[in-house]
Design a protein around this ligand. Structure first.
Ligand code: 5GP
Length: 198
């Protein structure tokens, strides 16, 4: 997705060899027009999958997930990283190790928003080692929901998450795939390399 790659090129900052900062349009300030286009692209890639619901994780997955939900006309559920006092109903949970925060936390989704009739598209902002995705998959399995695939805004292809999920048979669609962040420089996978990675 050229628009997204341009935005990463001009505004992304490689904080280290493995962390990309994109606070100006995805992780702090949001660019609604870009989010709209991202949602449209996800909808395009999954329009024939019979999606009934989108599941993401707070907070940075919510922007792209809502826009995909708008284009696919399905509800969006986000996993919470803290158990809210207002959530009295039965909860489904999984533990997730955060790549950026280096800590393990429980994530929660109310049982009433997922069931065996759901065919779910998982959306997240980044895919690194795949821990967030694995946690969401665990919750969806507990709910007996089916998983249509994963839509990722930025995949860091030099980390193992994408490869592992694809090996397990999941369809993973990433809108920008990064092959390296070394020496402060963002390098994208070539189109041919992207196809091979898929
Ligand atoms: P994973 O669970 O795949 O290891 O990491 C994905 C999660 O960690 C995402 O939900 C995202 O919030 C965060 N994350 C991983 N890598 C990066 C990164 O390079 N930059 C930012 N801003 N967040 C990241």
């Amino acid at each position: 997705m050229e628009l997204l790659k341009k935005k990463i090129d001009t505004e992304g900052v490689a904080l280290s060899d493995s962390v990309l900062k994109v606070d100006s349009f995805l992780n702090h300030q949001l660019d609604p027009q870009l989010m709209f286009e991202i949602g449209k692209e996800f909808a395009n890639r999954f329009k024939r999958s019979g999606i009934t619901k989108i599941v993401t994780i707070e907070s940075s997955g919510i922007g792209p997930a809502v826009m995909a939900g708008l284009h696919l006309n399905v509800p969006v559920v986000f996993a919470r990283k803290r158990k809210p006092v207002t959530l009295k109903e039965e909860l489904l949970s999984a533990s997730v190790h955060s790549f950026t925060k280096k800590e393990t936390n429980e994530i929660f989704i109310s049982k009433k928003y997922l069931d065996a009739n759901d065919h779910v598209l998982i959306i997240d902002d980044f895919l690194a080692n795949g821990q967030a995705a694995i946690g969401l998959i665990e919750i969806l399995k507990k709910a007996d929901s089916r998983i249509a695939g994963l839509g990722i805004v930025i995949e860091k292809a030099f980390q193992e998450g994408g490869q592992n999920l694809r090996k397990q048979g999941y369809k993973v669609e990433s809108l920008a795939m990064i092959s390296s962040l070394s020496n402060g420089k963002v390098v994208f996978l070539e189109e041919k390399e992207e196809e091979l990675a898929r």
